[in-house]
Design a protein around this ligand. Structure first.
Ligand SMILES: Cc1cc2nc3c(=O)[nH]c(=O)nc-3n(C[C@H](O)[C@H](O)[C@H](O)COP(=O)(O)OP(=O)(O)OC[C@H]3O[C@@H](n4cnc5c(N)ncnc54)[C@H](O)[C@@H]3O)c2cc1C
Length: 601
């Protein structure tokens, strides 16, 4: 396993809201080591040389093409990232896995297939399998001999996964579990050999079973006619008195939901990484096209509004990338802290639980950033963007599903706040004392401190204030709604709080990255990166203020509301800037290399 740690300080999940780490405490893309870059390069070459030439065949489900490519990927070691070395995998650290996911995403049909197999189709066995199950399946999954998939959703149970109806009953002779029911939307369904299936025992105990292809009474439905990721396979599955050997129960009866949700935690983080890679690729093709296309006697890249789009695409990608690598680095530091002799798999599961908030942020922010980027990409291509012969049309269609699967973005927004509140109530995260301290600060009135004059002092202040706004808004919401915060009628409040959390994390991660880059010996010019950060700050601070107003308006009234809005105004104050000039600088950096300009920086 490669190590990718910079600081050895373990940051608790969600602690970014209450702590102020130093730049050297966070991992940034500039900290990626050569070994990790080699993994990225191998993956990129595989995609360019093996996948891209076959996209037409893949989009039309030409028999055997996808499976053949998966086996090639297996031979290169690209399927075993999540599998420990002793079971034939690569046991990649999180930063390497992030790079791998990023590079795979150049073709969405393949990255989704890869995620269904090497991610959510593998992780349940890695985390919860018995020694026999691991030995039997993992080496063959790593090589691509067996293709796997994750089967939770049903026609009537998607977000509400626990409402699943597929049932499992022990056969009279006690040798088999008998499965009956139906699954829906199963990625890799058409060509998978191994199906990780969730079903209820005794009508209520969610449990997980390993189902092999060819099981009697088990059949696969027709390929679904999807809007995008057409190269991936998505089918229904049917079980009619299908006997599953007793030893193919994964984990324990009634503990299947633990398997399901831990797996999704891992999948959510990876989904953000795939989105990051997709956004970078779209920036690249859009920048090139903007120079090739002329209108009114000029390259369209010379027009301010096209430059603004390229800049905005790079800015949201930069914010996403800063968060993702920071989170990946935190997970690696956590892993490195495992005690000698500790079970590494168990420790990795703890890491996923610890950083579940950051994983949901990766999923929501990543999928929405990519949707924005591909939409602007289509706009830069004009009419050609609407044509399937040009790459952005497919990227646009492929992007859309990311907001739906691995827990919809609505569900993940709820989860972000629920998980933070659980950590606060459990005393893991000192949100409550911090909120009380903030109240004292508000009552004491403004302090009129002199600006420090340091290079990024204003941005540091804005980050600190973003966190205060979260404490103010969430404190007010909890005080008013208490245990009703999680009720369906309060979802708008919860989502607004989640939006503040995400922007606060993005702001701080972007700032720490710029500060770390600027302090690096021989760092060169970080001014375009600083411009991206500052442009992002300006928009994020506006959004945070808006969301906090929404929350406060819903939970306070009269004098209390007026007092809280005054505090909000105080924490939303900032120096004026020139967002157009900042964006021009970022656009120039994109156009200079026809690519996302901050990779590995
Ligand atoms: C291409 C594709 C591949 C997939 N691959 C897999 C796979 O490999 N394995 C697998 O198990 N599943 C897979 N899925 C299923 C996917 O996980 C579900 O589609 C997803 O969880 C949403 O469930 P649903 O479609 O039933 O929508 P619903 O749950 O019906 O949601 C409909 C809308 O209601 C909203 N909603 C639902 N509940 C709430 C709530 N409590 N609060 C607020 N809003 C709510 C949702 O956010 C959404 O906007 C795949 C789906 C697609 C489209």
């Amino acid at each position: 396993m490669a190590t990718s740690t910079v600081s050895h300080t373990v940051a608790r999940g969600g602690s970014f809201l209450v702590e102020s780490p130093r730049p050297e405490d966070v991992f940034t893309p500039a900290d990626v080591n050569d070994e990790q870059k080699l993994i990225a390069q191998t993956t990129e070459e595989f995609i360019t040389n093996e996948i891209v030439p076959l996209i037409h065949d893949l989009e039309h489900h030409k028999e055997g093409v996808m499976v053949g490519l998966l086996k090639k990927a297996g031979a290169l070691g690209l399927l075993g990232g999540a599998i420990p070395e002793e079971y034939g995998g690569a046991g990649l650290d999180k930063v390497s896995a992030t790079l791998l996911a990023e590079k795979l995403s150049a073709y969405g049909g393949f990255s989704v297939t890869h995620g269904g197999h090497a991610g959510i189709g593998t992780i349940p066995i890695v985390y919860f399998g018995t020694e026999e199950q691991k030995k039997k399946y993992l080496p063959r999954i790593a090589s691509g001999e067996l293709i796997s998939c994750y089967c939770l959703s049903e026609p009537q149970a998607g977000s509400d996964a626990q409402a699943l109806r597929t049932r499992a009953e022990l056969s009279k002779d006690g040798k088999n579990w008998i499965l009956n029911g139906q699954k829906m939307w199963i990625t890799n369904g058409n060509f998978a050999d191994l199906f990780v299936v969730f079903a209820k025992v005794d009508g209520e105990k969610i449990s997980c079973f390993l189902v092999e292809k060819g099981t009697p009474g088990f059949s696969v439905g027709a390929e679904e006619n999807k809007m995008g990721i057409k190269g991936s396979s998505t089918t229904a599955l049917f079980f009619e008195n299908s006997p599953i050997p007793k030893e193919n129960l994964l984990h324990e009866i009634g503990r299947g939901h633990i398997v399901a949700f831990n797996t999704l935690n891992a999948g959510r983080f990876s989904l953000g990484c795939y989105c990051l890679g997709g956004a970078k690729r779209t920036i690249e093709v859009s920048s090139k096209y903007a120079k090739e296309r002329t209108a009114f006697g000029k390259q369209i890249a010379e027009f301010g509004l096209i430059r603004q789009k390229l800049a905005d695409m790079a800015i949201s990608t930069f914010a996403l990338e800063s968060m993702i690598y920071r989170s990946a680095g935190m997970m690696d530091v956590f892993m490195a802290g495992a005690e000698a002799g500790a079970n590494k798999t168990q420790h990795l599961m703890k890491a996923l639980e610890e950083y579940a908030v950051e994983s949901s942020i990766s999923k929501v922010y990543g999928s929405e950033a990519l949707d924005f980027v591909v939409d602007e990409g289509v706009q830069i291509f004009g009419g050609y963007g609407f044509h399937e012969d040009y790459p952005v049309a497919r990227a646009y269609r492929d992007s859309r599903v990311n907001r739906i699967f691995e827990g919809t973005n609505e569900i993940n927004r709820m989860l972000i706040i629920q998980m933070l509140m659980k950590r606060a109530m459990g005393g893991v995260l000192p949100l409550i004392p911090k909120a009380m301290k903030l109240m004292e600060e508000i009552l004491a009135g403004p302090s009129f401190e002199e600006a420090s004059g340091e290079r990024f002092a204003e941005e540091e202040r804005m980050v600190a204030n973003a966190k205060k706004v979260f404490l103010l808004a969430s404190g007010s919401a909890v005080q008013k709604l208490r245990d009703k915060l999680a009720d369906p009628e309060n979802q708008e409040v919860v989502a607004a709080l989640a939006n503040i959390v995400m922007d606060a994390y993005a702001m701080e991660s972007s700032l720490l990255r710029v500060e770390k880059s600027a302090a690096r010996p021989g760092a060169g010019d970080v001014s375009a990166m600083a411009a991206a950060m500052r442009a992002f700050f300006s928009d994020a601070a506006d959004r945070i203020e808006h969301e906090a107003r929404t929350v406060l308006g819903a939970v306070a009234e009269g004098d209390m509301l007026r007092t809280q809005l005054l505090a909000l105004k105080r924490f939303s104050k900032r120096e004026p800037g020139n967002p157009i000039a900042l964006r021009r600088e970022v656009a120039a950096a994109v156009l200079a290399g026809d690519r996302y300009p901050f990779e590995y920086r």
